[in-house]
Design a protein around this ligand. Structure first.
Ligand SMILES: *Cc1c(COP(=O)(O)O)cnc(C)c1O
Length: 493
């Protein structure tokens, strides 16, 4: 019998490990502090393993096995320290292959950036730039001009500029400012337009977006008072009208980004909102959440209004994300009547919520792709527009490749089935795209174990599980990553 204490005694001290020549070499390369840290972590893990042994497992046979395992672990100690070191000195944030079919996956970094965005970041951020410098005048400039000028072009094209039909009387034009994310955009807009006053919102739109963004909480943080009207499923324009009083500062509409209400429902049409806001001389704001800059009907998604639809209809201020349907970097965009947006950009909160040059560079390149109608340059748009046939062709080739590399009786069974990809990122929650999926089944591994193996491959492959089946959707896999996915699947045989 080997009691635990004897096993503990077999563990060397940190100093003893440090004196090993191979470890000395590591210390010379990566520094003594990092190596000492790595040794401590490895030894702590071993100690934890010994201590973790439960009493009821302490049969003689089991103990002998433990002792052997410990010997083995000690023999591999140097290698373990080196692995630990590599991990701790490597990046924690790393690229993964998104095989979930969710295009704007919040946990996986939402929108992948366009190549032009990366190049523009490199060019402007590895040197000095005119971020806040007016080259023509030779004096201090504003960082928002870089993005605002492109939005002006888009508005002109989509008929929602100063001459838009919906606002014949508006002397003002539209402008766009950028903050850290859409949550910040909503907060800045509410604080600038409604601090100390009331904002009217339907009870059916008091949404929570993942990561604790709740409309009532953002409202109170922005020092505006929420005035709820209507019911969860039905709100009429008369409900808003009745709630207007002399403390009212703003009418707010919030896009139901992550749920839909069906059945006995009613919501005023945007026209009715605009008419009410105009007649009472109140601004109308819409938190669009996703904020498409292109027409989603073209890919078969209905009921997802674009930023231009809202502005054309006469909404005064819209807020939306940079990294959802727009397909750019994390950012919050506020587009609206220039006089209202000016109140936001002169608010001291704006200074606290502003974004850096990396974001402007990525956003400018992404919006420029829209101006040039180069939609294929934006990865999220390319993925949305990819046909089921194209995905099926790639999936078939991949399955063929894995199967032909396999031995006679492969452990991994691959099957092609029809399914759906999800846009995600707060686009219409019901917005799905037809796709062709690779369904995986493994002789020795259940769905969770199979997913874990995929996750632990290099690069990690993130699949989705549905009805205890592991599914791979190539819509969100870049075509140049297909070979890597095939290799990972082959390694499971
Ligand atoms: C996603 C979303 C937000 C939050 O946007 P972030 O850019 O993630 O901060 C706010 N409102 C709505 C309606 C959304 O869909």
């Amino acid at each position: 019998m080997t009691p635990k204490s004897a096993l503990f005694q077999k563990l060397p001290s940190t100093d003893e490990v440090l004196r090993r020549p191979e470890i000395q070499a590591l210390a010379e390369r990566d520094g003594l502090a990092a190596v000492t840290d790595a040794i401590r972590n490895v030894l702590a893990r071993l100690r934890g393993e010994i201590a973790g042994e439960r009493l009821d497992e302490r049969s003689l046979e089991r103990e002998q096995k433990r002792e052997q395992e410990l010997e083995l672990a000690l023999a591999g100690l140097t290698a373990a320290v080196e692995r630990e070191l590599r991990q701790s000195l490597g990046y924690s944030l790393r690229a993964v292959i998104n095989a979930t079919g969710v295009i704007l996956h919040t946990n996986l970094g939402r929108a992948p950036l366009a190549v032009s965005a990366l190049e523009h970041i490199r060019d402007t951020a590895s040197a000095y730039s005119n971020l806040e410098y007016d080259l023509a005048a030779g004096e201090r400039g504003r960082r928002d001009v870089h993005v605002d000028r492109l939005f002006q072009k888009l508005f002109a094209e989509h008929g929602s500029g100063a001459t838009g039909e919906a606002r014949p009387s508006a002397a003002a034009s539209y402008s766009t400012i950028v903050v850290n994310n859409n949550a910040a955009a909503v907060m800045l807009a509410l604080n600038s337009l409604a601090e100390g006053g009331e904002v009217i919102v339907s009870r059916g739109e008091l949404v929570e977006i993942g990561g604790s963004f709740r409309i009532p909480d953002v409202m109170s943080k922005s020092q505006a008072t929420l005035r709820e009207v209507g019911t969860t499923n039905r709100t009429r324009i008369a409900d808003y009208e009745r709630a207007i009083n002399d403390r009212t500062r703003l009418l707010l509409r919030v896009h139901r980004s992550n749920f839909s209400i069906t059945g006995f429902t009613e919501q005023p049409a945007l026209d009715e909102f605009v008419a009410l806001a105009r007649s009472r001389n109140l601004p109308l704001m819409e938190d669009l959440g996703s904020g498409a800059l292109f027409d989603l009907h073209t890919i078969g998604v209905a009921n997802e209004p674009s930023v231009f639809d809202s502005l054309r209809a006469g909404v005064d201020v819209v807020t939306y994300s940079g990294d959802k349907l727009l397909g750019g970097p994390q950012a919050g965009l506020i587009t609206g009547r220039a006089d209202l947006v000016a109140r936001m950009s002169s608010n001291s909160l704006f200074r606290a919520l502003r974004v850096d040059k990396l974001t402007y560079a990525a956003l400018e390149a992404t919006v420029l792709a829209y101006v040039k109608h180069d939609y294929d340059a934006v990865p999220a748009l390319r993925m949305m527009q990819m046909s089921k046939d194209e995905i099926a062709g790639r999936a078939e080739a991949l399955v063929l490749q894995v199967n032909s590399a396999a031995e006679k009786s492969p452990k991994l069974k691959l099957e092609l089935i029809d399914g759906e990809s999800v846009i995600g990122g707060g686009a219409a929650p019901t917005a799905v795209l037809a796709t062709r999926l690779i369904a995986l089944a493994h002789g020795d591994l259940n769905a969770d174990e199979l997913c874990a193996r995929l996750r632990h491959s290099d690069p990690p492959v993130i699949a989705r599980v549905e009805e205890s089946r592991v599914l791979i959707d190539l819509r969100t896999v870049f075509p140049e990553q297909d070979a890597s996915v095939a290799e990972t699947l082959t390694s499971l045989n």
